[in-house]
Design a binder for this molecule. Structure first.
Ligand code: HEC
Ligand code: HEC
Length: 359
């Protein structure tokens, strides 16, 4: 049973016992101190002499009636013990409260309330992360969380990377706190920000609210906790949650369609319009970057480049791939991935084709 409940019940019982005990002591005390007032003066005389008697000698002292048992002396002796017993109970109550506070403070161990609360929180976190995974990550990372290590409904490897692997697990990393932290940060960051890959490769979407995604930081943490600390049983639950969601017996994994490769025109819009205009009637954003609206008929634009083109049949591809290599000092960036840019050769070829189509 929860140690909190045991302590609270014990405190409550002791408190009730304490109240009852003091009630009893007060009541008992009343009983052994009779209300009867000692007779004095005329009353005393009347007790001893009838009317008309001659008082020969006054009673020298008054003798109290023999008290009814129990003897008040004995009882007032007991009172000490009762006070001591009451005190003990009171201090036991303080002791319990103190004990509770102490258990709250102990950071770890089987008795630590704090550790117990943290465990509980962790469990809740794993449960929530598991549900988020089944809802949002399943189509790309799969039933078992093995990503491209398992196949989709058509027998093709899934797009996601394996997550349910030793390299991500708290148990493998706990001996090395810095590796543990590095991995945890990596997972949190990747889930928050995603990882873009050039189409038609799949990208890992950005899920964090800070990146326009649907999840707040707490939900991202729940996913990280599930990935790092979920048990095999938790992973096995994924398919149950999913079949429940889909209302089917064995939910097949159907990844979303791969992103379409952008056309040359689309890629040029995305990558080149920060500087160039492709609209003959509209000036370029950066004045030194020529308007490429009629490039198919008018390019190359300056004489130096015309001359270079004369000796290089593939000049335009080389220019767009790595303009600084052709003309050192130019602000136009390197685009070819092999030279340190962000576009693959096929994308650059499609952009070149688009440029040549601009009449
Ligand atoms: C549209 C498919 C898709 C969905 C949906 C998706 N992912 Fe991914 N995820 C990927 C791809 C693709 C990668 C590999 C990215 C790369 O490194 O190029 C990846 C990589 C990751 C990584 C990095 C793994 C590593 O070792 O590099 C983590 C962590 C991750 N995903 C978690 C999640 C979580 C959590 C969800 C659900 C909230 C999710 N993903 C949903 C496609 C997806
Ligand atoms: C940071 C700004 C910038 C970006 C981004 C940029 N360019 Fe340029 N580009 C320039 C400048 C500046 C020039 C003029 C170079 C010169 O001095 O001749 C130029 C020149 C050109 C020329 C004309 C060469 C000639 O003389 O015939 C072409 C074609 C061209 N860029 C294509 C592209 C394409 C395609 C992209 C996108 C993949 C791109 N540029 C992105 C700045 C940029």
């Amino acid at each position: 049973m929860d140690i909190n409940i045991i302590l609270a019940t014990a405190s409550l019982l002791l408190f009730v016992a304490l109240l009852a005990y003091f009630g009893f002591v007060a009541y008992h005390q009343q009983q052994i101190e009779p209300d009867e007032k000692p007779a004095t003066g005329v009353e005393l005389l009347r007790q001893h002499y009838g009317p008309g008697d001659t008082v020969e000698q006054p009673t020298p002292y008054w003798v109290a009636p023999i008290p009814a048992a129990p003897d008040p002396l004995e009882i007032s002796g007991n009172l000490d013990r009762k006070i001591v017993a009451g005190g003990v109970m009171l201090f036991a109550l303080f002791g319990l409260v103190g004990g509770y506070l102490l258990l709250e403070i102990i950071p770890s161990g089987p008795l630590s309330l704090r550790a117990a609360a943290a465990d509980k929180q962790m469990e809740t976190s794993i449960q929530r992360g598991k549900n988020l995974f089944a809802n949002f990550c399943y189509p790309c990372h799969g039933k078992l969380g093995l990503g491209n290590g398992e196949n989709d409904v058509n027998g093709k490897p899934l797009p996601g990377k394996p997550l349910n692997v030793a390299a991500n697990k708290y148990d493998t990393l706990k001996e090395d706190p810095s590796a543990l932290k590095t991995r945890e940060d990596f997972l949190r960051l990747t889930i928050t920000r995603g990882k873009a890959n050039p189409a038609p490769s799949y990208s890992m979407p950005a899920w964090g609210a800070s990146e326009g995604g649907p999840f707040n930081p707490e939900q991202v943490d729940q996913l990280v906790t599930f990935v790092m600390r979920g048990t095999e049983q938790d992973w096995a639950d994924i398919v149950n949650i999913r079949t429940h969601l889909d209302g089917v017996d064995n939910a097949d994994v159907v990844p979303p369609p791969p992103p379409l490769k952008p056309t040359g025109a689309e890629a040029a819009q995305v990558y080149c319009t920060t500087c160039h205009s492709f609209d003959a009637g509209k000036p370029s954003t950066v004045p030194t970057a020529p308007n490429l609206g009629h490039y198919g008929t008018e390019g190359p634009i300056n004489d130096q480049n015309k001359a270079a083109k004369a000796s290089d049949a593939d000049w335009l591809f080389h220019w767009v791939s790595d303009a600084p290599k052709v003309k050192p000092g130019i602000i136009m960036p390197v685009w070819l991935d092999k030279d340190g840019g962000s576009l693959d050769e096929a994308t650059i070829r499609s952009i070149v084709e688009y440029l040549q189509s601009l009449k």
